[in-house]
Design a protein around this ligand. Structure first.
Ligand code: NAP
Length: 251
């Protein structure tokens, strides 16, 4: 069995790679930092292919797929993602376009190309990493929340299409709350809630994916948050997130 993981150099993606290796999966690891991926490769007792690629360039996302055509791939984990924080009038358009290209466009390209391939093979699993942010509007982190809503919505559609057609493709989507990784450091904020352990989230997500679960929400408190999102009026949801985001102090 082989898994391809994007964003495997740090955080949840790295921990998924380590856990999948203990299950005997060979790995294809993608991120920009070749050195970190090569270091990880040395630690893992399975076959590992490293692809250094900046997935914010759509051509690179396509290239990753074409490079993998000669490999059997059983599990695609679309995990690479970045955030951007601040009032919409002040955040950088360039950074937001970069975020959309990575969180949305690259994920869309890889989902599309692997979904087609998996459907033609009658097997294969895609795990898309969204966020609990997917269930809420995200004032002061607007592009990030919107990007994760896209990931959740796309995954729900693919799950339904695969189920109705019986084409053998399995779809899961991971929606964690705050997790202890490089994510917040990269955007210069601290977590307002105690973050979950990346190792635990990664293991939980892989176990649930392999069990065939669609919507994966680690931690009871985040399950409550997601359940509440369908009960609260939109006005209250955006106010709540505004206050939470405002409380996250810059580093
Ligand atoms: N941490 C949280 O609180 C949290 C909560 C909910 C959801 N998530 C989601 O979980 C996923 C993983 O994030 P994380 O928390 O593990 O953060 P992280 O430690 O910052 O990991 C992000 C990964 O994405 C890669 N990456 C970033 N930009 C890239 C690019 N342009 N091209 C290719 N790879 C790129 C990074 O590697 P390089 O820098 O080497 O490219 C790294 O491997 C993201 O989709 C994030 O939105 C995180």
């Amino acid at each position: 069995m082989t898994a391809l993981i994007t964003g495997a150099s740090t955080g949840i993606g790295r921990d998924m790679a380590i856990y999948l290796s203990t299950l005997g999966y060979d790995l294809i690891l993608v991120a920009r930092s070749r050195d970190k991926l090569l270091k990880l490769k040395k630690l893992l007792p399975v076959r590992v292919k490293v692809i250094a690629a900046d997935l914010s360039d759509p051509e690179n996302a396509k290239r990753v797929y074409y490079v993998c055509r000669s490999f059997r791939v059983d599990l695609l984990v679309n995990n690479a993602g970045i955030g951007e924080v601040g009032p919409f009038e002040k955040t950088s358009l360039e950074k937001e376009l970069n975020l959309i290209n990575l969180n949305v466009t690259a994920l869309h390209i890889l989902s599309k190309l692997f979904y087609r391939r998996f459907a033609s093979e009658g097997r294969g699993t895609i795990l898309n990493v969204a966020s609990s942010a997917a269930f809420y509007p995200g004032p002061l982190m607007a592009a990030y929340y919107a990007s994760k809503a896209y990931v959740l919505n796309l995954s729900q559609s693919l799950y339904r299409e695969a189920k109705e057609s019986g084409n053998g493709v399995k779809i899961s989507v991971l929606c964690p709350g705050p997790v202890q990784t490089e994510f917040n450091k990269r955007i210069g904020v601290t977590n307002s809630f105690s973050p979950a352990s990346s190792e635990k989230v990664a293991k939980y997500a892989i176990d649930k994916t392999l069990e065939g679960k669609f919507l994966i929400i680690p931690e009871a408190k985040m399950k409550v948050s997601v359940a509440a999102s369908s009960l609260l009026p939109a006005e209250m949801k955006s106010k709540l997130v505004y206050l939470i985001q405002k409380g996250k102090s810059p580093l």
